[in-house]
Design a protein around this ligand. Structure first.
Ligand code: PEP
Ligand code: MN
Length: 332
């Protein structure tokens, strides 16, 4: 971290800041230029609150050299993190596809979709039992009954489960049934939920918030990791931009960007990004081509009857085509 003082900064103020930084555990290197005095901080800067420094009238600006995330940072952990569930890897040498309905709606619906996606090569079954809906009048999910159905589908197909946890009250219940805890876009900065996920022993699939920067996503991962749970999978699911043709805008550049910054696996959700089923396959191909470790795809055998997100759900035969296409790209 570098503190650039204003040209008129008095010596005693500079010394005061120097003493404060040293008391927080940093070494301070001061260089006096013709106009500005520059203070270079070396060592662990995690205890420093940048806004406190910037509040000083004589501080011109503060420049960060390191990223604020540590545990998620590739510099401190150059080896790729591979999350393994029931022997299935996410972030390993092969791509991993998670597929299933947006919401669990009934036993027949879930079993039909689970069997189909398994036959096409999906490794994990997704399905929401608690749904974050924009309208309180929309279907809110089946709750615990939905979680039980997911377990039933797992027992038959062998596919581990990915399901969303929406609040702390349901935490133990959802944790009990699921193999991977999904934290949705709307909860990416629910810091108490992140901390709780950090204390549990299940891997966490953390989705990027609707208007979160890459750094904010990595800081959210840092919340989970700082509580002890380092099995975090990041998910780019589209962000809010001025474009309204698609539901969100898939930020493909986030994948190579995160790969540069972090050792955590990154998967892509083209379903929520596009909001349109026709765009799911092309975006999946692009995601794999830019280096995503996998995909999470919504599939429904009767999308026109789906209780949520039918417009972006692929029919099983379309999903089968997608799997064949992305596997070819992954091989390249
Ligand atoms: C979902 O996966 O069904 C979902 C609600 O996703 P997101 O949090 O990305 O909107
Ligand atoms: Mn959905």
């Amino acid at each position: 971290m570098v503190i650039i003082m204003k040209p008129d900064a008095p010596k005693e103020i500079i010394e005061k800041i120097e003493r404060k930084m040293e008391s927080l555990g940093c070494q301070v290197h001061i260089s006096e230029g013709e106009n500005h005095t520059i203070m270079g901080l070396v060592g662990d800067t995690t205890r420093i609150d940048p806004s406190q420094i910037e509040a000083n009238d004589y501080v011109d600006r503060l420049v960060r050299i390191q990223h604020p995330f540590k545990l998620a940072n590739k510099i401190f952990h150059p080896k790729k993190t591979v999350v393994t569930v029931d022997g299935i890897e996410i972030g390993g040498d092969e791509i991993t596809v998670i597929a299933g309905p947006c919401s669990v709606e009934s036993e027949e619906q879930l079993m039909t979709i689970a069997r189909a996606v398994k036959a096409s090569g999906a490794k994990f079954l997704r399905g929401g039992a608690f749904k974050p809906r924009t309208s309180p009048y929309s279907f809110q999910g089946m709750g615990e009954e939905g979680l039980k159905l997911l377990q039933k589908a797992k027992a038959e197909t062998g596919m581990p489960i990915v399901t969303e946890i929406m609040d702390q009250e349901q935490f133990d219940m959802v944790c009990h049934y699921t193999d991977i805890l999904q934290i949705g876009a709307r909860n990416m900065q629910n810091f108490s939920l992140l901390k709780q996920a950090g204390k549990c022993n299940k891997p966490v699939l953390l989705k990027r918030g609707l208007s979160a920067t890459i750094e904010e996503l990595l800081m959210a991962a840092e919340y989970i990791m700082s509580e002890g749970n380092t099995n975090v999978i990041l998910c780019e699911r589209g962000i809010r931009t001025f474009e309204t043709y698609t539901r969100n805008t898939l930020d493909l550049s986030a994948i190579p960007a995160i790969k540069e910054l972090s050792h955590l696996p990154v998967i892509v959700d083209p379903s929520h990004a596009a909001g349109k089923w026709r765009m799911v396959e092309p975006l999946s191909k692009a995601a794999i081509a830019v280096g995503a470790d996998g995909l999470i795809i919504e599939v429904h055998h009767q999308p026109e009857m789906a209780l949520s997100d039918g417009a972006q759900s692929l029919k099983p035969e379309k999903f089968d085509g997608l799997m064949k296409a992305v596997n070819k790209i992954a091989a390249i």
